[in-house]
Design a protein around this ligand. Structure first.
Ligand code: SF4
Length: 389
């Protein structure tokens, strides 16, 4: 952008989403602080607020929409409170943002990650087709944390409640993420559906871990999407690119229905059609048997079997909250261990889009050592009044 202006190609550049993700973008360019730019990832989560008549969020900038109501400045944190040490467990979007923001407030932060990489779900999802820009959620925070002397990061550190009690940190944030369900529970099914163990069923976590064969030529794979956001469409694309004959079954009337709110739905449908994916809308899956799935029409309930070799199950996600629950069960030991609070944040608390995880991490950092303001803070409205003449 700076080069285009300098070379006289353009007189000025208007940035919409990049300015939401980082309102200080022009100043950072001017000051040569390129690594400090919080780049927009193009997820369009900001637009969904308009589409759903709800509060907007930005995946990259958690202060978006809270500048006025909560007084959150996009670059400046509130002063540190009375305590000093925080353990953040899990280096996904929530844990990374909590760590970054807590360190800016001046806390000594220890970040414990169970794997050997930062990023949690984003570290995996950034490798999926079309989602590489989402890696900026990790890259920005990784760099910012690397510049802080009050953050220590430990990899390969899957912690138990006993470990946490033994460390003696004053506050503990549990940001251990979530995983995709294998049993089909989502919208159509509130209890697990019948699944014959003879059928191969992969979850998106399996596909991202590449447990499936690299070459699926000659195989038929049913992708059952009862999540309705982007993952079902992306899984169909991965399977098609691996050579499979892909049949996408969804109870919705649209492929990746919720992406109508991110203005991507039409493009996703065209992309899958171009890849030869057989799209079956308004159909659920009622049972998975050896060699076939049983589907039902969402209107008539009429059942049809589809023969296949494997199923990709895109249902709902389950919180990874075992460590939090173990710590809750040991609450009587907290005081002796020096622990003042344990809080669960992000997907570990309620699996949701990445924007909610970065928001949860930021909120945790902002509110540590401050009075509890609850979850129902009213909106503030500016009421203008005329001065009497
Ligand atoms: S929500 Fe996504 S698309 Fe919108 S400004 Fe933030 S990062 Fe960019």
């Amino acid at each position: 952008m700076a080069r285009m202006i300098r070379q006289g190609v353009l007189d000025f550049i208007g940035c919409a989403r990049p300015s939401i993700a980082d309102p200080f973008l022009p100043r950072k360019i001017e000051e040569g602080r390129i690594e400090d730019i919080r780049e927009c990832i193009g997820c369009n989560m900001c637009i969904t607020g308009d589409m759903t008549m709800s509060i907007s969020r930005c995946t990259q900038n958690p202060t978006f929409m809270e500048e006025w109501r909560k007084g959150w400045h996009p670059e400046r944190m509130n002063e540190k409170g009375e305590s000093q040490t925080v353990l953040v467990v899990g280096a996904g979007p929530a844990g990374l943002e909590a760590t970054r923001a807590l360190s800016l407030r001046g806390y000594d932060v220890t970040l414990a990650e169970a794997t050997t990489t930062l990023g949690g779900r984003v570290a995996r999802e950034r490798l999926l087709p079309g989602l590489s820009a989402w890696g900026r959620v990790v890259d920005y925070r990784q760099y910012q944390i690397s510049q802080r002397t009050n953050v220590e990061t430990y990899f390969d550190s899957r912690l138990t409640a006993e470990d946490v009690l033994g460390f003696g940190f004053e506050h503990v944030a549990i940001a251990t993420g979530s995983h995709w369900r294998r049993d089909g529970v989502a919208r159509q099914h509130v209890v697990p559906m019948p699944i014959d163990p003879a059928m191969t069923v992969w979850t998106p976590d399996d596909v991202m871990a590449k447990v499936h064969p690299e070459n699926l030529a000659g195989k038929t794979v049913v992708v059952y999407d009862d999540d309705h956001y982007y993952m079902g469409g992306v899984m169909a694309e991965v399977m098609a690119k691996a050579g499979a004959n892909v049949i996408l079954v969804t109870p919705s009337a649209y492929v990746s229905d919720w992406t109508r709110n991110t203005l991507e739905q039409g493009a996703i449908h065209v992309r899958l059609d171009d890849l030869g994916v057989d799209i079956r809308l308004n159909r659920g899956v009622t049972a998975i048997r050896a060699g076939e799935v049983e589907t039902n029409c969402t209107y008539t309930g009429r059942k049809t079997a589809i023969g296949c070799d494997a199923v990709v199950m895109v249902a709902s996600r389950l919180a990874e909250d075992a460590l939090y629950n173990d710590l809750l069960a040991r609450q009587a030991d907290w005081a002796d261990a020096g622990i003042r609070s344990v809080k669960i944040i992000g997907d570990a608390s309620a699996p949701a889009p990445i924007a909610w995880a970065t928001y949860a991490g930021h909120r945790y950092a902002r509110e540590l050592d401050t009075p509890d303001i609850g979850d129902a803070l009213p909106f503030r409205r500016e009421v203008t009044q005329l001065e009497p003449a």
